[in-house]
Ligand binder design. Sequence first.
Ligand SMILES: [Zn+2]
Length: 257
Amino acid sequence: MSIHRTHGIVLRTRKFRESSKIIVFFTRRYGKISAIAKGSLKPKSKFGSSLELFTRSSLIFYRKENRDLHTLSHSEILNANKNIGNDVVKLAYASAASEMVERLVPDEEQNETLYELLNAILKQIGVAERNQLELILASYTLKMLHAVGYGPELAACVRCGKDLADKVWFGLHSGGALCPACHNQDLHAIEMSQATLELMRKFESISMARLRETCSADKLSRDASDILYAFVRAQISEGAKIRSLDFLERMRDSSFA
Ligand SMILES: [Zn+2]
Protein backbone atom coordinates (compact mmCIF):
# COMPACT_ATOMS: atom_id res chain seq x y z
CA MET A 1 0.00 0.00 0.00
CA SER A 2 1.32 3.44 -0.88
CA ILE A 3 0.27 6.96 0.08
CA HIS A 4 -0.41 9.67 -2.51
CA ARG A 5 -1.15 13.38 -2.45
CA THR A 6 -2.73 15.36 -5.22
CA HIS A 7 -5.49 17.84 -6.04
CA GLY A 8 -8.75 16.51 -7.45
CA ILE A 9 -12.21 17.53 -8.66
CA VAL A 10 -15.30 15.46 -7.77
CA LEU A 11 -16.85 14.12 -11.00
CA ARG A 12 -19.38 11.73 -9.49
CA THR A 13 -20.32 10.15 -6.17
CA ARG A 14 -22.44 7.23 -5.07
CA LYS A 15 -23.47 5.86 -1.73
CA PHE A 16 -21.68 2.74 -0.55
CA ARG A 17 -23.22 0.65 2.23
CA GLU A 18 -24.69 2.60 5.13
CA SER A 19 -22.32 5.44 5.72
CA SER A 20 -19.70 5.62 2.97
CA LYS A 21 -19.36 7.08 -0.48
CA ILE A 22 -17.39 6.09 -3.55
CA ILE A 23 -16.11 9.12 -5.41
CA VAL A 24 -14.77 9.47 -8.92
CA PHE A 25 -12.19 12.28 -8.97
CA PHE A 26 -10.28 13.84 -11.79
CA THR A 27 -6.89 14.50 -10.23
CA ARG A 28 -3.92 16.54 -11.32
CA ARG A 29 -1.35 13.77 -10.91
CA TYR A 30 -3.23 10.55 -11.54
CA GLY A 31 -6.06 11.50 -13.90
CA LYS A 32 -9.39 9.81 -13.20
CA ILE A 33 -9.42 7.71 -10.03
CA SER A 34 -12.07 6.09 -7.82
CA ALA A 35 -11.77 6.19 -4.05
CA ILE A 36 -13.86 5.15 -1.11
CA ALA A 37 -14.41 7.69 1.66
CA LYS A 38 -15.30 5.54 4.66
CA GLY A 39 -17.80 7.04 7.06
CA SER A 40 -18.27 10.12 4.88
CA LEU A 41 -22.07 10.02 5.24
CA LYS A 42 -21.94 10.04 9.04
CA PRO A 43 -22.72 13.33 10.75
CA LYS A 44 -19.51 15.17 11.64
CA SER A 45 -17.50 13.17 9.12
CA LYS A 46 -13.92 14.42 8.77
CA PHE A 47 -14.54 14.94 5.05
CA GLY A 48 -17.13 17.66 5.71
CA SER A 49 -18.56 19.01 2.46
CA SER A 50 -15.38 18.35 0.48
CA LEU A 51 -16.98 15.46 -1.42
CA GLU A 52 -19.79 17.49 -2.97
CA LEU A 53 -20.04 17.40 -6.77
CA PHE A 54 -17.51 19.66 -8.59
CA THR A 55 -15.64 20.56 -5.39
CA ARG A 56 -11.88 20.82 -5.87
CA SER A 57 -9.86 19.57 -2.94
CA SER A 58 -6.40 18.67 -1.80
CA LEU A 59 -6.44 14.87 -1.36
CA ILE A 60 -4.51 12.15 0.39
CA PHE A 61 -5.33 8.57 -0.56
CA TYR A 62 -3.96 5.08 -0.14
CA ARG A 63 -3.46 2.88 -3.09
CA LYS A 64 -3.33 -0.89 -3.18
CA GLU A 65 -1.48 -2.51 -6.05
CA ASN A 66 -3.75 -4.02 -8.69
CA ARG A 67 -6.86 -2.48 -7.19
CA ASP A 68 -8.81 0.24 -8.94
CA LEU A 69 -10.62 1.44 -5.82
CA HIS A 70 -8.40 3.46 -3.51
CA THR A 71 -9.01 4.65 0.03
CA LEU A 72 -9.38 8.35 0.68
CA SER A 73 -7.91 9.38 4.01
CA HIS A 74 -8.04 13.17 3.83
CA SER A 75 -9.57 15.94 1.73
CA GLU A 76 -9.54 19.67 2.19
CA ILE A 77 -11.52 22.10 0.05
CA LEU A 78 -9.59 24.38 -2.31
CA ASN A 79 -12.62 25.57 -4.25
CA ALA A 80 -16.21 24.59 -3.47
CA ASN A 81 -17.73 25.84 -6.75
CA LYS A 82 -20.88 26.58 -4.75
CA ASN A 83 -22.48 28.79 -7.41
CA ILE A 84 -22.97 25.72 -9.58
CA GLY A 85 -24.83 23.52 -7.13
CA ASN A 86 -27.37 26.25 -6.39
CA ASP A 87 -28.45 26.71 -10.01
CA VAL A 88 -30.09 23.84 -11.89
CA VAL A 89 -29.09 25.18 -15.32
CA LYS A 90 -25.45 25.65 -14.34
CA LEU A 91 -25.52 22.21 -12.78
CA ALA A 92 -26.63 20.73 -16.12
CA TYR A 93 -23.75 22.42 -17.99
CA ALA A 94 -21.16 21.42 -15.37
CA SER A 95 -22.45 17.83 -15.40
CA ALA A 96 -22.09 17.66 -19.19
CA ALA A 97 -18.53 19.04 -18.96
CA SER A 98 -17.50 16.47 -16.35
CA GLU A 99 -19.26 13.50 -17.91
CA MET A 100 -17.57 14.12 -21.27
CA VAL A 101 -14.22 13.88 -19.46
CA GLU A 102 -15.34 10.71 -17.72
CA ARG A 103 -16.34 9.06 -20.99
CA LEU A 104 -13.34 10.16 -23.04
CA VAL A 105 -10.42 9.32 -20.78
CA PRO A 106 -9.32 5.94 -19.41
CA ASP A 107 -8.72 5.51 -15.68
CA GLU A 108 -5.50 6.68 -14.09
CA GLU A 109 -3.98 8.42 -17.06
CA GLN A 110 -2.38 11.70 -16.06
CA ASN A 111 -3.53 14.70 -18.11
CA GLU A 112 -2.69 17.97 -16.43
CA THR A 113 -3.99 20.06 -19.34
CA LEU A 114 -7.38 18.42 -18.97
CA TYR A 115 -7.34 18.92 -15.21
CA GLU A 116 -6.67 22.65 -15.65
CA LEU A 117 -9.36 22.85 -18.32
CA LEU A 118 -11.96 21.23 -16.09
CA ASN A 119 -10.95 23.51 -13.24
CA ALA A 120 -11.26 26.52 -15.58
CA ILE A 121 -14.70 25.66 -16.96
CA LEU A 122 -16.14 25.08 -13.48
CA LYS A 123 -14.90 28.53 -12.46
CA GLN A 124 -16.34 30.07 -15.62
CA ILE A 125 -19.71 28.35 -15.21
CA GLY A 126 -19.79 29.68 -11.66
CA VAL A 127 -19.42 33.31 -12.76
CA ALA A 128 -21.17 33.22 -16.16
CA GLU A 129 -24.58 34.56 -17.05
CA ARG A 130 -26.96 31.82 -18.18
CA ASN A 131 -26.89 33.04 -21.79
CA GLN A 132 -23.10 32.57 -21.89
CA LEU A 133 -23.13 28.92 -20.81
CA GLU A 134 -23.58 27.47 -24.28
CA LEU A 135 -20.61 29.42 -25.61
CA ILE A 136 -18.42 28.39 -22.70
CA LEU A 137 -19.31 24.69 -22.95
CA ALA A 138 -18.82 24.63 -26.73
CA SER A 139 -15.39 26.25 -26.34
CA TYR A 140 -14.46 23.85 -23.55
CA THR A 141 -15.56 20.89 -25.69
CA LEU A 142 -13.15 21.79 -28.46
CA LYS A 143 -10.28 22.45 -26.02
CA MET A 144 -11.03 19.15 -24.27
CA LEU A 145 -10.98 17.25 -27.59
CA HIS A 146 -7.48 18.64 -28.25
CA ALA A 147 -6.39 17.78 -24.70
CA VAL A 148 -7.36 14.11 -25.13
CA GLY A 149 -5.91 13.77 -28.65
CA TYR A 150 -9.12 13.99 -30.70
CA GLY A 151 -8.76 17.64 -31.72
CA PRO A 152 -10.34 18.23 -35.14
CA GLU A 153 -8.43 19.84 -38.03
CA LEU A 154 -9.90 23.28 -38.70
CA ALA A 155 -7.12 25.16 -40.46
CA ALA A 156 -7.59 23.46 -43.85
CA CYS A 157 -9.55 20.57 -45.40
CA VAL A 158 -8.66 17.51 -43.33
CA ARG A 159 -8.61 15.27 -46.44
CA CYS A 160 -6.90 17.31 -49.18
CA GLY A 161 -5.34 20.20 -47.26
CA LYS A 162 -6.98 22.90 -49.37
CA ASP A 163 -8.01 26.25 -47.88
CA LEU A 164 -11.56 26.50 -46.66
CA ALA A 165 -12.63 29.58 -48.53
CA ASP A 166 -16.05 28.59 -49.75
CA LYS A 167 -18.64 26.19 -48.39
CA VAL A 168 -17.49 24.09 -45.45
CA TRP A 169 -18.52 20.81 -43.85
CA PHE A 170 -17.47 19.16 -40.61
CA GLY A 171 -16.66 15.48 -41.12
CA LEU A 172 -17.53 13.53 -37.98
CA HIS A 173 -15.62 10.51 -39.24
CA SER A 174 -12.84 12.44 -41.00
CA GLY A 175 -11.97 14.42 -37.88
CA GLY A 176 -12.22 17.98 -39.12
CA ALA A 177 -13.35 20.48 -41.71
CA LEU A 178 -13.99 19.38 -45.29
CA CYS A 179 -13.98 21.29 -48.59
CA PRO A 180 -16.72 21.01 -51.28
CA ALA A 181 -14.65 18.44 -53.20
CA CYS A 182 -14.15 16.12 -50.22
CA HIS A 183 -17.33 16.29 -48.15
CA ASN A 184 -19.00 13.45 -50.07
CA GLN A 185 -16.33 11.05 -48.88
CA ASP A 186 -17.63 11.31 -45.32
CA LEU A 187 -21.14 9.98 -44.81
CA HIS A 188 -21.30 11.88 -41.54
CA ALA A 189 -20.43 15.34 -42.81
CA ILE A 190 -22.42 18.29 -41.46
CA GLU A 191 -22.59 21.53 -43.43
CA MET A 192 -21.53 24.58 -41.45
CA SER A 193 -21.14 28.29 -42.08
CA GLN A 194 -17.84 30.13 -42.39
CA ALA A 195 -18.88 32.06 -39.26
CA THR A 196 -19.23 28.81 -37.28
CA LEU A 197 -15.79 27.71 -38.51
CA GLU A 198 -14.35 31.07 -37.44
CA LEU A 199 -15.94 30.72 -34.00
CA MET A 200 -14.48 27.23 -33.58
CA ARG A 201 -11.03 28.57 -34.50
CA LYS A 202 -11.54 31.23 -31.82
CA PHE A 203 -12.33 28.46 -29.31
CA GLU A 204 -8.86 27.08 -30.03
CA SER A 205 -7.01 30.35 -29.68
CA ILE A 206 -8.54 32.21 -26.74
CA SER A 207 -9.32 31.32 -23.14
CA MET A 208 -12.86 30.71 -21.91
CA ALA A 209 -12.61 33.75 -19.63
CA ARG A 210 -11.65 36.01 -22.52
CA LEU A 211 -14.30 34.48 -24.76
CA ARG A 212 -16.98 35.13 -22.16
CA GLU A 213 -15.93 38.78 -21.97
CA THR A 214 -15.72 39.41 -25.71
CA CYS A 215 -18.25 37.20 -27.51
CA SER A 216 -21.99 37.40 -27.55
CA ALA A 217 -22.58 34.61 -30.05
CA ASP A 218 -25.75 32.67 -29.32
CA LYS A 219 -27.15 31.12 -32.52
CA LEU A 220 -23.59 30.56 -33.70
CA SER A 221 -22.50 28.90 -30.49
CA ARG A 222 -25.52 26.60 -30.77
CA ASP A 223 -24.41 25.60 -34.28
CA ALA A 224 -20.86 25.03 -33.08
CA SER A 225 -21.94 23.07 -30.02
CA ASP A 226 -24.32 20.85 -32.01
CA ILE A 227 -21.39 19.83 -34.23
CA LEU A 228 -18.87 19.46 -31.40
CA TYR A 229 -21.18 17.37 -29.20
CA ALA A 230 -21.88 15.11 -32.20
CA PHE A 231 -18.12 14.80 -32.70
CA VAL A 232 -17.61 13.86 -29.03
CA ARG A 233 -20.30 11.19 -29.36
CA ALA A 234 -18.52 9.85 -32.45
CA GLN A 235 -15.40 9.26 -30.31
CA ILE A 236 -17.00 7.10 -27.63
CA SER A 237 -17.88 3.48 -28.13
CA GLU A 238 -21.01 2.79 -30.10
CA GLY A 239 -24.14 2.61 -27.97
CA ALA A 240 -22.46 4.37 -25.02
CA LYS A 241 -24.29 7.44 -23.83
CA ILE A 242 -23.32 10.76 -22.32
CA ARG A 243 -26.48 11.10 -20.28
CA SER A 244 -25.92 14.57 -18.91
CA LEU A 245 -25.25 15.87 -22.42
CA ASP A 246 -28.49 14.28 -23.66
CA PHE A 247 -30.27 15.88 -20.72
CA LEU A 248 -28.69 19.26 -21.36
CA GLU A 249 -29.78 19.26 -25.00
CA ARG A 250 -33.35 18.29 -24.09
CA MET A 251 -33.49 20.99 -21.41
CA ARG A 252 -32.03 23.59 -23.76
CA ASP A 253 -34.38 22.72 -26.60
CA SER A 254 -37.50 22.77 -24.45
CA SER A 255 -36.95 25.94 -22.45
CA PHE A 256 -34.35 28.10 -24.12
CA ALA A 257 -34.89 27.68 -27.84
ZN1 LIG B 1 -10.74 18.69 -49.47
